[in-house]
Design a protein. Structure first.
Length: 293
């Protein structure tokens, strides 16, 4: 095998497509639970705006059928072992694959707060990116669940989609700079813990605070902490202070023969960005394989 691609989201599938067209033997190992699966649609991707994530993956594999050197395996890789001749990936069921190069496209794991009603609304009424989902809730009452520097960055942007924005710090005292800015902008700031979220189905109608207040909100935007999947954590890769894998201009990691693309390398998490990174990684892998042929 020339290349193992671990993860079948936009980054991994773009890389597999390019490598397949380069006549490389590629195996995409995919657990089938991409991070954006809960979203109603992909946005900011030309010709695919509003397409359901599942449909995007389905069409991708339909088009991949034209390249017989690309195969898909359902599974979850537990361990990656480096050998002089390349890498060995071992799945949870003990199945193993060997390849000269590996692309990590495993995404990130979001750490959600323990708020009743939060989990079921994630991806539908609770979002991390207003560029992806702000249009759908424009001119409606919005909330920002954040504190400190990120809130100062995001709150002004959210006001581009709605004049009615409230900031929630969920029980943490507001950072002084945030409090000062909110007061100057006449933006409501709530420090009480969020007791629960309510609304029919996966929609949001109201945010209930522990002090008894209830505020009408149509959507929340959050700055959720994230961490790498265990597979990536165990590799000991060089990472940024925020925990994202460090890559060079061609998506190489700090370990030879190992590339990374998509959300695990950046907080700027857009489908089109992940796809672009997958393309760059494919180019880097192809050049490396050719150089060592």
């Amino acid at each position: 095998m020339d290349v193992l691609v671990i993860g079948g989201g936009p980054a991994g599938l773009t890389a597999a497509l390019m490598l397949g067209r380069a006549r490389r033997r590629v195996c995409v190992i995919d657990a089938g639970n991409p991070r954006h699966a809960v979203s109603s649609g992909v946005h900011n991707f030309l010709t695919r705006d509003g397409m359901a994530p599942a449909a995007l993956r389905s069409v991708s594999w339909e088009q991949m059928a034209a390249y017989p050197s690309v195969q898909r395996v359902e599974g979850r890789v537990r361990t990656l072992v480096q050998r002089p001749e390349g890498w060995i990936a071992i799945a949870e069921d003990g199945t193993s694959w060997q390849a000269r190069s590996v692309l990590l496209a495993t995404g990130m794991v979001d750490e959600h707060p323990d708020i009743p009603g939060y989990t079921e609304r994630w991806g539908e009424a609770i979002h991390f990116c207003p560029f992806c989902h702000g249009w759908e809730v424009r001119d409606r009452p919005l909330g920002l669940l954040a504190n400190g520097p990120f809130a100062l960055h995001m709150a002004p942007m959210l006001r581009n989609w709605s004049a009615d924005v409230a900031i929630f710090t969920h029980g943490t005292p507001a950072a002084p700079a945030l409090r000062e800015w909110a007061e100057a902008q006449a933006l409501p700031l709530y420090e009480a813990p969020i007791a629960r979220l309510e609304g029919p189905g996966r929609s949001l109608q109201s945010v209930h605070l522990a002090d008894g207040q209830a505020l009408s909100r149509a959507a929340l935007f959050v700055h959720a902490p994230q961490h790498q999947v265990p597979l990536v954590q165990d590799l000991g890769l060089a990472c940024t202070d925020e925990g994202y894998v460090v890559v060079d201009e061609m998506q190489r990691t700090s370990l030879p023969g190992l590339w990374a693309a998509g959300d695990l390398t950046t907080r700027y998490q857009q489908v089109v960005e992940a796809a672009a990174q997958g393309g760059r990684a494919a180019g880097g892998i192809q050049m490396a394989l050719t150089a060592h042929a």
